[in-house]
Structures are given as structure tokens and as C-alpha cells.
Design a protein around this ligand. Structure first.
Ligand SMILES: *Cc1c(COP(=O)(O)O)cnc(C)c1O
Length: 397
């Protein structure tokens, strides 16, 4: 490592709050599915900023659209209309089938909005202030207090107790465990259609359909957090579309802005008409002209570059190569996941393997201590998969 890079890392460790154990590289630029550090070393990127940079780095059309908007207008307040937000809302409605959009700055903030919308919906029905939300164990919804409260990982929550109240937890793909938590005060059932941080676990069709039926019968709002599994990653624009189980409220972020901080919560017209009203919710930056231009351009590029079709073609190849790898190494216990959102569970912690891969020029990330997660840019090809497998193979041995 160069002195320059070492100095930057030392400075970072002096100045930035130490909430991350960072990998020992300073990244400088990206091109396609490759990243380069300050010393010019090249890395194949199978993380994409954790499922963010779907289109690959340095996409000319995306870059040009942002540069053009910077010269026009970066920010106004949400008290005024702006064309990029109107365009982005129209496009995201079309791909999601939802009816009303609220733009946020992050996934956590989108989930905060979803929780508020669900509580307000229930409040307007019965004026009670003790409504409950059912969330799932091993879920991840973000680090702000509301999103953390519905995150099914006690280790993340405990030091920050008390959480927002009246949250109950059930198990993914165990519908009886959900039923056991339902009361006459339940206002929402919240889940990721494919759990990301929790270990790359997809919800079954049966579980999603049972959840939908329960919510319809009891007028409970079904909230899907599509922050990680959405935006084409599973081969569907949103993971729920695979089974046609539509939520009442949905959140999206990560790849929505492809690097410009942006999220959204969306709802059906019915929920839109009977939950949040003027004055109930707001954000200074959410959906500003620059961020909305990013979303609008990303959604255009998904269509022009046939991203969904591409994911459906390349994902089975990734699965096949990961399965072969799992057969060769007995410390790989299983492959999990869906589309370009895959995990390999090992019989031991994976940190060392990830560090060895990094030395060899491959960027990977974990999900929990013993799972390596694969959430590459959606534009990867079979050749990139082969390159990744060969480096990973050598890093396991
Ligand atoms: C990353 C993530 C979040 C949080 O998004 P931020 O933009 O980091 O706030 C929420 N839910 C899921 C499923 C995520 O993967």
C-alpha cells in the first residue's frame, strides 16, 4: 500500500466516527463493474455499494443527465413543484403498479414514512393510539429509531432501547407465528420479500399469499421493504411481482438513485386517501430535482438497457457457478437467494476469505458472520461471474 493511501486511512480513523470496521482500501473511481483504489489497483466489484450501483459505474447517460441537472437546478423545497420529481413519480408508479409516491433520502427514511402512514391509517379508523406492527425476525429495515424498532435483530436494537412501542416479531415463512401475534390493534405487517442483511432468504409464495389474505380479512396494511431486493435485483422490478402479491405500502431506495441518495415509500390510492395528509410528513431534500433526475434516468436506463431480461439471463449462471463452488468446498454449507442477490453460507466466519479476495482484486461483502453476499451491479456478464468465481475459489483454499 502506498504512503498516500496509508495516510488517508490513518486520517479517516482519527476523524470519522468509528461505526464501521472498514476494509483497508481507499476507493477513487469506478468504471463498469470495476473499481480502482488510490494506488490504481483494479477490483472486480460484486457488492455495488451494497446493491446500489445497479447500472455499473461511469454510465455516460446517467452521468450526463446529472451534470445537466446540476447546471439547471439542484434543489428547491417540496413546497414547490419540480419537473424531475413529477417525471420520476410517473415512472416509478408505472414499474411498481403503486399509486402514490413520497420521495425520501434513504431506505431507513422510507421505512419511517411507511410506519407513519400505517399508524395514521389505523388512527383515522378508530382514533386509538396503541396500534401494533408485526415485523419479522432477522429482518433489516435501517438504523433510525423507527426503522430500527422493526428490525428483527436484538443486537442492533438493545443499546438504544426503548424502541418505538408496540412492535411484535414473527418468523419468516412461518405463517402461524404471524397469526399468533395478530390482535385487534394490529395495523401493519412489515417484511422484506427477500431478506438481505438477515441472510439472503426469500419469502415463499405461500407465506406471502397467506400474509396478503390475512391483511385483507383484518384490514391490516401489508408493507414490503424492497430497499435491497427491489429495482430488478431478483429479475423482477420488485421482488413481490414474482408472485403477484401486491403490498399496500412499499419502500424502495438503494438502486433507485444508483448512488445519489434517494428512496421512496409508495402506496395504493386507497391508503393514500386515508393515511397521511398535508402537514403529517415532510422532508427538506427528498425528491429534490437532482435526486429525482437520478431516479428518472435510472428508470429510463432500466428499460433501454433491458436490465430485467439481462438479470434473468445471467442470474441462473451465477447460481450454477456458486453451486459448483459449494460442491468443491465442504466448508460451504448452502447457497441462498434469488436472482442477483445470492449468499453462500459457510461453516465458519467469512471475514478472512473476504480479505484474501480483496487482496486478489475482488470486492465481496458478508451478511452476518458466516455468509458471503453477492449483490453485484446488475450489468455483470458471465465472464465477470467466471472471474469472480476463480478469485473466490483461490481465496477459500
Ligand atoms: C439497506 C437497507 C435499508 C436501509 O437503507 P438506508 O438507505 O441505509 O437507510 C432498509 N431496508 C433494507 C431491506 C435494506 O437492505
Amino acid at each position: 500500500m502506498s504512503e498516500t493511501m496509508k495516510n488517508y486511512i490513518e486520517e479517516a480513523e482519527r476523524d470519522l466516527l468509528h461505526t464501521y470496521n472498514r476494509y483497508q482500501i481507499v476507493l477513487e473511481r469506478g468504471d463498469g463493474v470495476y473499481l480502482y483504489d488510490l494506488d490504481g489497483k483494479k477490483y472486480l466489484d460484486f457488492v455495488a455499494g451494497i446493491a446500489v450501483f445497479a447500472l455499473g459505474y461511469n454510465n455516460k447517460k446517467y452521468n450526463d443527465a446529472l451534470k445537466g441537472q446540476i447546471d439547471k437546478l439542484i434543489h428547491t423545497s417540496n413546497y414547490y413543484y419540480n419537473v424531475p420529481a413529477i417525471e420520476a413519480a410517473k415512472k416509478i408508479k408505472r414499474v411498481s403498479g403503486m399509486d402514490r409516491v413520497f420521495f425520501t433520502n434513504s431506505g431507513a427514511e422510507a421505512n419511517e414514512g411507511a410506519i407513519k402512514a400505517a399508524r395514521k391509517y389505523a388512527y383515522r379508523k378508530d382514533k386509538r393510539t396503541d396500534h401494533e406492527i408485526i415485523a419479522l425476525n432477522h429482518s433489516f429495515h435501517g438504523r433510525t429509531m423507527g426503522a430500527l424498532s422493526v428490525t428483527g435483530n436484538a443486537k442492533y436494537r438493545e443499546p438504544f432501547e426503548p424502541m418505538i412501542g408496540n412492535i411484535k416479531f414473527a418468523d419468516l415463512n412461518d405463517f402461524d407465528s404471524v397469526l399468533a401475534q395478530v390482535t385487534d390493534r394490529t395495523c401493519a405487517l412489515m417484511m422484506e420479500p427477500v431478506q438481505g442483511e438477515g441472510g439472503l432468504l426469500p419469502a415463499t409464495e405461500e407465506f406471502l399469499k397467506s400474509a396478503r389474505r390475512l391483511c385483507d380479512e383484518r384490514d391490516i396494511l401489508l408493507i414490503f421493504d424492497e430497499v435491497q431486493c427491489g429495482m430488478g435485483r431478483t429479475g423482477f422490478m420488485y421482488a413481490w411481482q414474482r408472485y403477484g402479491v401486491k403490498p399496500d405500502i412499499m419502500t424502495t431506495a438503494k438502486a433507485l438513485g444508483c448512488g445519489v441518495p434517494l428512496g421512496a415509500f409508495l402506496m395504493t390510492e386507497r391508503v393514500g386517501q386515508s393515511s397521511l395528509e398535508a402537514g403529517d410528513h415532510g422532508t427538506t431534500y427528498g425528491g429534490n430535482p437532482l435526486a429525482a433526475t437520478a431516479a428518472s434516468t435510472v428508470l429510463d436506463l432500466f428499460e433501454e438497457e433491458h436490465i430485467l431480461e439481462h438479470v434473468r439471463q445471467v442470474a441462473p449462471y451465477l447460481e450454477k457457478r456458486l453451486d459448483e463452488l459449494a460442491e468443491r468446498h465442504e466448508d460451504i454449507l448452502e447457497r441462498r437467494g434469488c436472482g442477483l442477490m445470492q449468499g453462500l453460507r459457510f461453516s465458519h466466519p467469512v471475514a478472512e476469505i473476504i480479505n484474501r479476495a480483496l487482496d486478489r482484486g475482488l470486492i465481496l461483502i458478508n451478511a452476518g458472520a458466516d455468509i458471503i453476499r453477492f449483490v453485484p451491479p446488475l450489468v455483470i456478464t458471465r465472464e465477470h461471474v467466471d472471474e469472480m468465481i476463480s478469485i473466490l475459489d483461490a481465496s477459500i483454499r
